[in-house]
Design a protein around this ligand. Sequence first.
Ligand SMILES: O=C(O)c1ccccc1NCC(=O)[C@H](O)[C@H](O)COP(=O)(O)O
Length: 213
Amino acid sequence: MDTRVKICGINSQQSSEAAVAAGAQYLGFVFFPKSPRNVSLELARDLALDVPVGVAKVALVVNSTDEALDQLTDTVPIDILQLHGSEDLERVKAIRARYGLPVMKAVGVSSPQDVKALDAYGLVSDQVLVDAKAPKGAALPGGNGLAFDWRLISKRGWNAPWMLAGGLTPENVVQAIQLTGAKQVDVSSGVESAPGVKDPKKIKAFIDAIRAA
Ligand SMILES: O=C(O)c1ccccc1NCC(=O)[C@H](O)[C@H](O)COP(=O)(O)O
């Protein structure tokens, strides 16, 4: 399978190098203080400057203000802004216009009703991330290691390129791709040895499983 892979929650040189060596096309940097994967602007800048050309650097933010985004984009060389909060269509359009960067809007899915939102976001975003909806009261809006019912989106497409996320692992990713038809996948918890600790062996196993299928 030539599925494109995003490894999210890169927070060390080791995890960055492991993801690049394994063949990831995207690296995600989380800017959300409650997350065990949260990185400072300075660390993200240092890591991003070492990422080879051709591997996309994704900055993941949650309901960020323009001031915070100004600081982020002035400090860290990123390629894509991933909006993982409750940003509405107008906010997505405004961020895209202000920064001139591709925007990937994350949409949480747990029911057919949630899937309906993807059409609208697909019209204003460059990509959509189809993720498991965070449980009520969860500390994190994403990165929870929870999968949703992939049948809800089986063989669907929306108005923009999309990426499947939520509870993916080296053991289930091929099945998830076969069932949904996803051409891009995103993983965080499933390639960690502990919350926020990326495991180079699991990263390689995740991508090798896809390549071998
Ligand atoms: O990963 C985080 O800690 C995180 C924190 C706050 C908002 C979003 C977050 N992650 C978003 C991602 O893109 C994850 O890769 C995606 O939700 C899948 O996570 P997982 O189910 O752990 O593979």
